[in-house]
Design a binder for this molecule. Structure first.
Ligand code: ADP
Length: 449
């Protein structure tokens, strides 16, 4: 166990090294040099400021569901007069059908949603399209899809422009919508916060995966073609999930899990941090302890060997278990890992809880280190003198549902920033941020000259 404590609980100097390595990678990526962080220009050179008015729609896809929303923005600054939202499950066959059919499904759902909510359709309505896949963005409303991720395996996707595809599908329904903005969930999260908070400068996703974006000076984005924008600032999508550096504390359990993933050798940071992987990393460490230290008795329960058997929501319940003699942990081990009750002694449960806590703390520590790096890079960590209030908008199931995790993240930020700076940095949980932000961005793009 001591070996896991020393590899998972990261001391301050190690976190500062990770922070500095992240800054180096981010700055190399910005200059267009070889880097694990792509630092992609999002082409979003306007952000909502609460002064937008009118009716705007958003279509948001990226996981197992997609969502359509309508917002009516009133004349009173930052006030949403009307908000309608519907979630749609993606039927199984749509994960492998031709991309045209999937876009038809999105367009059909948008049109029927608008009808259901009494949208008259007399005027063409702007739509923000939140499309959370890797896209090489060429304009606010154009881009080329680089690769499919998650469960999607559709022909006709890679190389397509998602905006054109959705617009063509809308035209097949002869519906009065114009897709005016293309973005991913981290940009949507930042935009969602900007609408009501002018201090919002960074957007972070902590869900199945992780990513961050921030407001950058155009002059610093080396990869941006000259004349791409006449505005001074643009949102940069870090793709920090792929961040890697020698200072990252990659353990044997991380390496072994990585080998079983479709993108082995990539996205090391995401695999140490995000909801898709934390449970599996913990399971592998628990298995190792069962083998080396007889955690569950002389033999290793076969059930512990089942890959992905411990989900991150289960890990979070164990990490937060304050039940008498850890009966909650024993129950999860019985329910999720099918371990016999006789094997789940108090001592075993207590070790399992410690592993879950350490994996959770490591994730929060790594996110805090990179966040501190991003804040330093944009001059918001007090190191360049002068302190400004800064809001970091966060969305995603890991941050939203795992209460203790939010506390860990705050603690590590407090450790890495001075108390004066930390007090100026707010981590703001933004619910439904990517969808709301997409509609607000559609509004901001429409309002901008
Ligand atoms: P996505 O990132 O796929 O768009 P979400 O933002 O809802 O979707 O995040 C889902 C992820 O959040 C899941 O993969 C899961 O790991 C994580 N998650 C959900 N509930 C919890 C929880 N109670 N504790 C920890 N993680 C959770």
């Amino acid at each position: 166990m001591a070996q896991y404590r020393s590899s998972l609980l990261l001391p301050e100097d190690r976190l500062l090294k990770i922070r500095d390595d992240f800054i180096k990678e981010a700055q190399a990526g910005l200059r267009g040099e070889n880097s694990s962080c792509l630092m992609m220009a999002s082409m979003m050179d306007v952000l909502p400021n609460g002064e937008e008015t009118g009716d705007f729609f958003a279509v948001d896809i990226g996981g197992t569901n997609f969502r359509v929303i309508l917002v009516s923005l009133s004349e009173s600054r930052g006030e949403v007069a009307r908000f309608e939202m519907e979630d749609f499950a993606i039927p199984e066959e749509y994960f492998s059908c031709h991309a045209d059919r999937l876009f038809d499904l999105l367009a059909d759902s948008l049109v029927s949603f608008a009808k259901r909510h009494g949208f008259s359709g007399k005027k063409t309505a702007p739509v923000g399209f939140c499309f959370s896949f890797p896209v090489n963005q060429t304009a606010v409303d154009a881009g080329t899809m680089i690769k499919l991720t998650k469960k999607f395996d559709n022909e006709g996707f890679v190389g397509c422009d998602p905006v054109q595809m959705l617009q063509q599908a809308i035209q097949r329904f002869k519906a009065p919508f114009k897709v005016v903005a293309l973005l991913n969930d981290s940009v949507g999260t930042l935009a969602g916060a900007c609408y009501e908070d002018p201090n919002a400068k960074v957007g972070v996703i902590l869900g199945t995966g992780t990513n961050a974006c921030y407001v950058e000076q155009v002059a610093k984005i080396g990869t941006l073609a000259k004349g791409a924008t006449s505005r001074p600032r643009m949102v940069v999508n870090t793709e920090w999930g792929n961040f890697t550096a020698a200072s990252l504390p990659i353990t044997q359990a991380d390496r072994e899990m990585d080998e079983t993933t479709p993108n082995a050798g990539e996205y090391h940071f995401e695999k140490m941090v995000s909801g898709m992987y934390m449970g599996e990393v913990a399971r592998r460490i628990i298995l190792q302890l069962a083998e080396d230290a007889q955690l569950f008795g002389p033999s290793v329960p076969d059930e512990l060997r089942v890959p992905w058997a411990l989900s991150t929501p289960a890990l979070s319940k164990i990490a937060e278990d304050d039940s008498w003699v850890l009966s909650g942990t024993a129950q999860i081990l019985a329910d999720d890992l099918h371990l016999p009750a006789s094997r789940c002694t108090y001592s075993a449960c207590s070790t399992v809880k410690e592993v879950c806590l350490m994996v959770s703390r490591r994730s929060a520590a790594l996110v805090a280190a990179c966040l501190a790096g991003l804040l330093r890079h944009i001059g918001r960590d007090g190191s360049h003198g002068g302190m400004q209030a800064t809001t970091v908008a966060v969305d995603g199931g890991l941050f939203e549902h795992f209460d203790a995790y939010r506390g860990f993240l705050r603690d590590y930020l407090d450790l890495l920033l001075t108390p004066e700076v930390s007090a100026m940095v707010q981590l703001k949980r933004i619910r439904d941020a990517s969808s709301m932000g997409s509609a607000y961005l559609a509004a901001a793009v429409t309002a901008s000259p």
